[in-house]
Design a protein around this ligand. Structure first.
Ligand code: 8NA
Ligand code: MG
Ligand code: MG
Ligand code: MG
Length: 352
């Protein structure tokens, strides 16, 4: 499989998760029967169905991709300007409720300090939403040859909107997962080793960030900053993968989460990708593992578009364009655009 096929797979996977997951965003429960019917209808060539628009996940991914391409690397001010322009051109793409203030601040200051408005969010705490992680896949593609650069750019692009440690660390984890998928041969995937490698990397990153640790008051509280460690969440992912069957939904919700916070969605997206390597009870997918991954992510409910977009970006990078069902893609908005971002990122990254 070529790197270009993986780049295209990742951009299409992210787009598809966003478009197909969108109709379920915010649903606490998604019926298995309903979801199987949904996918069956989408795959039926005779069915005429409403077109599935993309949301903020893809709108922001587009800005990250085009900024990296046109600047041949990271340029904070340019990226901030693109986020702002995109938002004010189409503010109704389903953005998070607080991020509007960042775009207002960026527009009013003409992006003079592209990090300043984000630092003011939530009384100076910064946002820990998953908005920086959901858009990070192009960084993994652009910096696929350079892990240190990938971590640095993933962090800095986050801080334009998400300055809370859990916001930018979540983006770094998602970026590392896409990079790992790009570099894993399909026959060589060991789901436990894949998770262990991410745990080791996140331990290292969390250690370096330890000066900004927020007091850990245990697993029980609902506030996401209380379980501050991505490495710990990934340990849970590993324990789930070691069971013969996925745990009950309540356990996935309780221990990983399906929330708009990065901590309670990025490890979940990684779990969806890894768990879908095997058949999953109640998920009908014509034995297509890529489809299984998107389908499983949506079946968890909650922030469905974003979790499916993140797991789709990882799965697409792993399986490549060839494994993404055309019958599903035809329902998604902006497929040609996503392919052009992938092609240009591939060219730009090989010249980097
Ligand atoms: P964000 O920065 O507004 O964060 C998302 C939410 O997380 C906030 O609105 C808060 O509720 C909460 N939050 C974040 N940081 C803090 C904090 N420090 N203290 C207390 N609460 C906090 O936006 P974002 O870009 O991170 O959001 C991404 C999500 O928004 C994605 O799921 C995306 O699809 C979209 N989204 C849209 C809808 C919709 O109605 N269409 C619903 C949920 C999410
Ligand atoms: Mg969406
Ligand atoms: Mg969205
Ligand atoms: Mg969402």
């Amino acid at each position: 499989m070529t790197m270009l096929s993986r780049f295209r797979g990742s951009m299409l996977g992210s787009l598809m998760g966003d478009c197909l997951g969108g109709p379920f965003e915010g649903d606490a429960v998604v019926s298995r029967t309903h979801l199987n019917n949904y996918f069956q209808q989408l795959r039926d060539p005779k069915k005429r169905l409403p077109f599935k628009p993309y949301t903020d996940d893809t709108a922001m991914t587009k800005s990250v991709a085009l900024s990296l391409i046109d600047n041949k690397g990271y340029n904070a001010q340019d990226m901030a300007k693109r986020f702002t322009k995109e938002y004010f051109a189409e503010p109704k793409r389903g953005y998070g409720s607080a991020v509007h203030d960042v775009f207002m601040g960026l527009r009013n200051s003409n992006c003079e300090d592209p990090y300043r408005p984000a630092q003011r969010q939530f009384q100076g705490m910064g946002s820990y939403g998953n908005g920086a992680a959901m858009r990070v896949a192009p960084v993994a593609l652009m910096a696929h040859n350079d892990e240190a650069a990938a971590i640095e750019i993933a962090t800095m692009q986050s801080k334009i909107t998400h300055s809370h440690k859990l916001g930018y660390q979540g983006a770094v984890l998602q970026c590392l997962a896409v990079r790992a998928a790009l570099h894993t041969q399909p026959d060589d995937l060991n789901v436990v080793k894949f998770t262990d490698d991410l745990i080791a990397k996140m331990r290292e990153i969390e250690k370096k960030d330890a000066d900004t640790v927020v007091e850990d008051v245990g697993e029980e509280s609902d506030a996401p900053w209380n379980t501050t460690s991505y490495a710990r969440r990934l340990e849970t992912v590993k324990s789930f993968l070691q069971k013969p069957e996925p745990p009950p939904m309540e356990e996935i919700h309780g221990l990983l989460g399906v929330h708009v916070s990065a901590l309670k969605s990025v490890p979940t997206a990684i779990y969806c990708f890894l768990a879908s390597q095997k058949s999953l009870p109640g998920i009908e997918c014509n034995n297509n593992k890529f489809q299984r991954c998107i389908h499983f992510a949506i079946s968890l409910g909650g922030d469905t578009d974003t979790i499916a977009a993140m797991s789709g970006a990882i799965a697409g990078a792993f399986f490549g364009e060839e494994h993404i069902p055309q019958e599903l893609l035809r329902h998604c908005e902006a497929v040609k655009n996503a392919l052009s971002w992938a092609d240009k990122l591939c060219e730009a990254s090989s010249n980097a």
